[in-house]
Design a protein around this ligand. Structure first.
Ligand code: ADP
Length: 803
């Protein structure tokens, strides 16, 4: 097959990762890969030359050691450089002028995913909206022999894709009737295979959790809020932040949740009362009353009231200044939200989605619908493109019809949960919700190493407690702190700035409760701890198990106890994500981008980069996918001599195939516990020795930098969602206990549980059940959902083809 990929509509981070993945995926499946420049406009413009001619000399002679010589045919056409250059012109005399459908090879898209925007260009095409334009586009595709296209864009672009497919049979018949294509072409191109990927910073598409580019845009917004926070506090100011989102409030809402804002205006859910001014002022006045020195209000650009009158950021500013006397400034983020380097998520997911898009094209038949590749939690999904587009348009229509409940219902459940989470964590009620008899003393503890999102989860639990009337008790410094009576009640204002704080505000250590279980039980009694939330990694899981087992001897442990996984290693069994793992992947991407740059600048250099992760290779493996590492070493797979020999062979072959005069830095990721013999240093020295004149080697250790300074917005938002679920679990279990006669209050074993993300669902797993899935010796799960990723990392560097 000949597969073309194009990007259309508004640009977003991650589009380049899609193009790279589609190109590589196509080549891996034995297809020819093309890119279409300037979106649909490029399809309509086509190529000025009559027939396709290779633009650069192909490297057709494969070195003897290459296993798959045909791969070499697709290695390089040289046009990636032209595209990257942005001018389309190249001193060597080659030019992209007049050529919009361009054949590309493996190396042409190398390193693309680290760049923001779209290197192949995007446009809004008026011509493609017309039947004549689409007829020309169809002709151009057939002329270049292209059987399948992959479109990455927003709902407009995907609608265009569907229109094109629906019209295709008519278009080719017309072309045949006009005599511009032959009967043979009519038969061969009878069915247009098309697949859509959603590239949009707004996260405005239904039937997928996250659109490509939305996480990066959210990151940009949160960086801005974090920066504004410090100046707002200094001057006791109010800031009104306008963010993108015409029909979708996802960016505004998630920025509000993860940035700890005071109020948000989103199109799907305008303030409920008659007057948004009164509602907002009441909330902010209350916050100021308890001593808040800063106010942040976020306004989506498409915000309006219940009557659809627009709410502009300047109107919000005026109200805050005039009615509350606040020194108020407006910041409109505008296009800064689009740009910049993609975050780890916007490299990993588009890569997986791009590869799946190629599979979907290869499996396409005339009787199947065209698919949109989406994502649910961390699973790649295929949904009928038109259904997703229709549902998305329904949201817009519901808003237009002022049916806001319907608009909210059409968004995914996470959106609804985030909105509730925002209300719970941002609003301070006048009096607690629950009557005194239902109020609980909830202890919160951090365990193990710090991880991004621990403080955000704690802030959420504290604010929920205070809203309901529970007492949030912070235990400082883990079980040691408990034994030293290092506890104190947290206040609503005291946790205000915790969303963006890295590390652990409560202090943390690895001591387990069996250091003195009896003493721990007596402290539970002394402080009247009626529920416990432990936020941490494998230690927290082990501690929960010890406490549950301890229930046999100590009545004090007959209280609801939960573990909220938070660890950069992501080694807690059964859960696919723990808090902090996204933050640390971002830290790894930042570090490796810099290392790769340095490695490319100074001769052909291979960097062996050591990551943390204990005996769990998650961070190394997903990191490898996110930075395009050449090789990844994990404790699960270990390292042996035969592997090292193959690695050297691969590197030598790969460097020998690089363009002359172009130095390329390559990264190898090695988890710290991959091997006790083949250390990072040993591997580096070995590569240095073997590289000879082809490549040089250096090593670097990322160490604790992976704990990441400021938690990523995804970790913060996830912390809020999961922490609230922990609280409702605790309340439910506590109420069940209260229903038992006081003398026989025995907590059921499943009231000690771990909150996990499995597939697309959040599930509670009793700690006793969890043990069956845990490798206690190696401190990780028995099964790792990401096991197959190593093979993917290797196929994305063509390891099977080259050795
Ligand atoms: P986005 O994809 O970001 O939503 P647009 O709505 O501007 O951006 O759509 C991008 C391009 O997709 C348009 O410029 C047009 O070429 C094409 N397109 C959108 N809707 C249609 C349609 N109904 N029919 C044909 N082409 C369309």
């Amino acid at each position: 097959m000949r597969i073309a990929v194009l990007t259309s509509g508004g640009d977003s981070a991650g589009m380049n990762a899609v193009v790279r993945a589609v190109v590589k995926g196509a080549i891996l499946k034995g297809c020819d890969a093309f890119v279409v420049r300037e979106g649909y406009e490029g399809l309509v413009l086509g190529n000025a030359d009559e027939a396709y001619v290779p633009h650069a000399e192909l490297d057709t002679t494969a070195p003897a050691e290459v296993r798959d010589p045909s791969f070499i045919q697709n290695l390089r056409f040289g046009d990636g450089e032209l595209l990257r250059d942005g001018t389309g012109d190249y001193p060597g005399g080659r030019s992209l002028k007049g050529r919009y459908i361009v054949r590309v090879g493996w190396d042409d898209v190398r390193g693309w995913f680290a760049e923001g925007g779209t290197l192949i260009g995007t446009a809004r095409s008026a011509a493609f909206r017309t039947p004549e334009g689409r007829l020309t586009a169809a002709y151009n595709l057939i002329k270049e022999g292209i059987d399948a296209i992959c479109v990455c864009g927003g709902d407009g672009s995907l609608t265009g894709a569907d229109v094109f497919r629906a019209e295709w049979p008519k278009l080719i018949k017309t072309l045949r009737a006009e005599g511009v294509i032959t009967d043979e072409q009519l038969n061969r191109f009878g069915h247009l295979k098309i697949v859509g990927l959603v590239g949009s910073i707004d996260n405005d598409m239904c039937m997928t959790d996250l659109t490509i580019g939305a996480p990066t845009a959210l990151q940009r917004i949160c960086e801005a809020i974090d920066n504004i926070n410090s100046t707002a506090i200094s001057h006791s100011r109010a800031f009104v932040l306008e963010v993108m989102g015409r029909h979708c409030g996802w960016l505004a809402l998630l920025a509000g949740v993860s940035g700890g804002a005071d109020f948000v205006f989103i199109p799907e859910s305008p303030p409920k009362g008659e007057s948004w001014e009164d509602e907002m002022c009441a909330v902010i006045h209350r916050h100021r009353e308890v001593g808040k020195r800063k106010t942040i209000v976020i306004v989506a650009e498409g915000a309006h009231d219940r009557q659809l009158n627009p709410i502009h950021s300047d109107a919000v500013r005026k109200v805050l200044a005039e009615r509350l006397g606040l020194d108020t400034r407006v910041t409109t983020l505008g296009h800064t939200q689009r740009g910049g380097r993609p975050c780890a998520y916007d490299r990993i997911m588009p890569t997986l989605q791009g590869l799946d898009a190629v599979d979907a094209l290869l499996e396409a038949t005339p009787d199947k619908p065209s698919y949109m590749i989406g994502v649910r939690e961390n699973k790649i999904t295929r949904v009928p493109l038109m259904e997703a587009v229709a549902m998305t348009q329904e949201v817009t229509n519901a808003i237009k019809a002022k049916d806001f409940d319907k608009a909210m219902a059409l968004r995914d459940p996470e959106f609804q949960e985030s909105l509730e989470g925002f209300f719970i964590t941002s609003m301070l009620p006048d009096k607690p919700v629950l009557p005194p008899a239902q109020r609980i003393r909830v202890a919160i503890m951090h365990m193990g190493a710090p991880a991004g999102g621990m403080n955000a989860a704690t802030r959420t639990a504290v604010r929920y407690c205070l809203r309901e009337g529970h007492t949030p008790l912070a235990i400082h410094n883990g079980f040691r702190g408990l034994l030293d009576d290092n506890l104190h009640e947290l206040s609503w204002l005291g946790v205000d700035g915790w969303m963006s704080r890295g590390g652990s505000e409560l202090g943390t250590n690895r001591t387990l409760p069996d250091v003195d279980l009896g003493a721990v039980a007596s402290k539970f009694q002394q402080h009247n701890i009626q529920a416990l939330i432990m936020i941490g990694g494998f230690e927290a899981f082990s501690a929960l198990l010890i406490l549950e087992n301890g229930r046999k001897y100590y009545p004090a442990f007959h209280v609801p106890m939960v573990h909220l996984p938070a660890t950069i290693s992501n080694n807690v069994p059964m859960t696919e994500f723990s808090l902090g793992s996204d933050t640390s992947l971002n830290a790894l991407v930042d570090a490796c981008d810099a290392i790769k740059q340095s490695a490319s600048a100074s001769r052909n250099r291979v960097f062996v980069v050591e990551t943390q992760g204990g005996k769990c290779g998650y961070i190394a493996t997903m990191g490898a996918l996110a930075v395009g590492a050449s090789i990844v070493y994990t404790p699960e797979n270990g390292i042996d001599l035969a592997t090292l020999q193959d690695d050297v062979k691969w590197l030598k072959t790969r460097y020998s195939l690089d363009s002359k005069g172009k130095s390329e830095g390559r990264v190898i990721l090695r988890n710290e516990a991959s091997s006790s013999v083949y250390s990072t240093e040993v591997i580096m020295k070995m590569l240095k020795e073997e590289g000879g004149s082809l490549f040089d080697a250096r090593s670097a250790s990322l160490g604790h930098t992976l704990q990441g300074g400021i938690p990523s917005p995804l970790d913060r938002a996830r912390a809020v969602r999961l922490s609230l679920k922990c609280m409702s679990f605790i309340e439910k279990q506590w109420n069940e206990l209260q229903a038992m006669p006081a003398k026989a209050r025995h907590a059921k074993s499943d009231s000690a549980a771990v909150i996990t993300i499995q597939g697309s669902a959040v599930k509670w797993v009793p700690v006793q059940e969890m043990v069956e899935h845990a490798d206690m010796k190696n401190r990780r799960g028995v099964h790792a959902w990401w096991e197959g990723t190593k093979v993917l990392v290797e196929s994305l560097v063509a390891r099977p083809q080259l050795i």
